[in-house]
Design a protein around this ligand. Structure first.
Ligand code: AMP
Ligand code: MN
Ligand code: MN
Ligand code: MN
Length: 293
């Protein structure tokens, strides 16, 4: 709907009807398939007005995308974001930060720590995979991750390419997923540390895809309470491929615990099942996370 031209102020509290937002996406700077510029181009082609780039534990794509948008006068508003991996009660919980100052020192310090945790885990995962009979996986994963965040998705890709598994999902199911032979628990920061760094960077802390942690409703509630008690701002309430019951549960948590709502596709690369901005509509009763920006 061409909401804006470059540099316009966004009427966050009162976005025009029909504004299309996607507040969760990845680039090659972590485990996405597109470069930051390609992602921006795709967002425009998909008629997205507002896009958040939220790579795993890195903000490297933001400058590249922002510069491209300004230079080429691209009609897309970029929301600066990051997806931070945290540890809670033995689970890996992802916290998306939105509307951050990506240069805030406390955030940069946390990112450095997370990158170190990623590197240490990657090395240990490589050693475990050696013991499974797969040589040189770490070096290859490192190579395809380049100078971006090294993720398990890179390992899965190499395991497929080398013919050790038939599909990326199988790599998780058989080797690198939780509880499998080559799984390594990473030394992630805590939820409270992530939220504190996000707030110091002026951003909103959003619990990413709460329905994807395989938690029972009782545990999910516990997680939401913990998140709220530590200053969390919003739940990702709207994702593609989410059932009606799940949508209702997320909305009820938002209302019960006075949390705002966010929505995003968690786009990694084009696929049959999901794409940028698809199936994302904010429920009327929810308070959108961008309301206070
Ligand atoms: P990491 O953050 O390094 O642990 O990598 C996890 C990433 O791998 C996720 O963000 C997903 O993009 C991808 N992934 C794909 N399938 C799975 C799976 N079954 N379990 C966990 N992660 C998966
Ligand atoms: Mn990912
Ligand atoms: Mn995630
Ligand atoms: Mn994600």
């Amino acid at each position: 709907m061409n909401l804006m031209s470059t540099g316009d102020l966004i009427p966050w509290a009162n976005l025009p009807e029909g504004t299309r937002l996607d507040l969760h996406s990845h680039t090659k700077c972590s485990d996405g398939g597109l470069s930051p510029k390609e992602l921006v181009d795709r967002a425009v082609n998909f008629q997205i007005d507002i896009l958040a780039i939220t790579d795993h534990d890195t903000v490297a794509a933001l400058d590249i995308a922002n510069e491209y948008i300004v230079d080429q006068k691209i009609p897309l508003k970029l929301v600066n974001g990051i997806e931070i991996s945290t540890g809670w009660e033995g689970f890996e919980i992802h916290i998306v930060a939105l509307n951050i100052d990506e240069k805030a020192p406390e955030l940069l310090q946390l990112i450095k720590r997370q990158q170190q945790a990623r590197e240490e885990r990657a090395i240990a995962m490589g050693e475990k995979l050696e013991k499974c009979g797969f040589d040189n996986i770490y070096n290859q994963a490192k190579k395809i991750s380049g100078d971006g965040s090294i993720t398990r998705a890179h390992f899965a890709k190499v395991l497929v390419r080398e013919g050790h598994v038939s599909a990326m999902q199988k790599a998780f199911d058989k080797f690198i997923g939780k509880g499998q032979r080559a799984f390594v628990k990473a030394n992630w920061c805590s939820i409270e540390e992530a939220i504190a760094a996000i707030h110091l960077a002026g951003g909103s802390a959003v619990m990413a895809h709460p329905v994807r942690y395989g938690l029972s409703t009782k545990w999910l509630r516990r997680l939401v309470v913990h998140f709220k008690e530590n200053g969390g701002d919003a739940l990702e309430t709207v994702l593609p491929q989410m059932g009606n019951e799940q949508r209702k549960l997320m909305l009820s948590f938002c209302l019960e615990y006075d949390l705002k709502a966010s929505m995003g596709s968690d786009f990694h690369y084009p696929s049959k099942w999901s794409d940028l901005g698809r199936n994302l509509t904010m429920p009327d009763q929810a308070t959108p996370v961008w309301q206070s920006w």
